[in-house]
Design a protein around this ligand. Sequence first.
Ligand SMILES: [Zn+2]
Length: 289
Amino acid sequence: MGRYLGIDVGATWTRAVLTDGWGNVLERAKIRTGADPLGEISSLLTGWTFDGVGVGSIGPLDLARGWVVNSPNSPTRQFPLVEPLKKFGKPVVVANDCVAAVWGEYLYKHRRDNLVYMTISTGVGFGAVVNGFLLLGKDGNAHELGHAVVDFKSQRRCGCGGLGHLEAYVGGGNVAKAFGREPAELFRLYRANDRKAVEFIDMWLDALAAGVATAIAAYDPEVFIVGGSIALSNWDIIAPELERRLEKYLAIRPPEIKTASFGDDEVAIGAAALVRQTPEALKKFGYPR
Ligand SMILES: [Zn+2]
């Protein structure tokens, strides 16, 4: 069945997991993301044996080159994803982090042909499997629905420079700016019934529901999966409110809404899944390499 290495390159942390062929985690490693995240973490993995390496990375990507390009959130704006891993002499597959996550959910958990994965953390990202096919786009940056417009009259500026984007309302970075405190503190105040926090979260949940409705309209999923640190820590608040608020935005039959299956390992396990069974869409970019 084999063993597969999965690496999650995030803005702050780079995580590695060694998995078996069913996505069970055998080993873990984690470092702060530096200038060459894959070179740095791979030096820690001595003694790990595996048959292939998958990477799920922050973007944007140039999948044909196998690089991250112009990333606004990482310590260096661009870095290679494939070259630092060639020393292992094993097949390498790379994709965007949410793309990896949705593939992990597809291969190891839900096995339904129409899945969407959404992350809510510092930013907002999506990955989609439609009719069993992983969506990638021309450079591997399809489904950037974090930048879908949820309020076209808005003056609120997103990190990308655009106005009224979902991420500007829902992403942790922008929430901290707009509310004046970190999301963890915002949710703590909400739970304590603080009036300003309750008002803010009421708006936040509407913006989230609008964004989720947009993704459902685009992909018509059977299962809509939500992960990322903000969602995982506050799922008790989000789950009932999201289902209720979606009713006012949705035109089509709603999907099942689920929380991410693998917690903090979501992207890394998904990355391992990319090399365990490489999606046809990635083969067209010449992966595994
Ligand atoms: Zn944006």
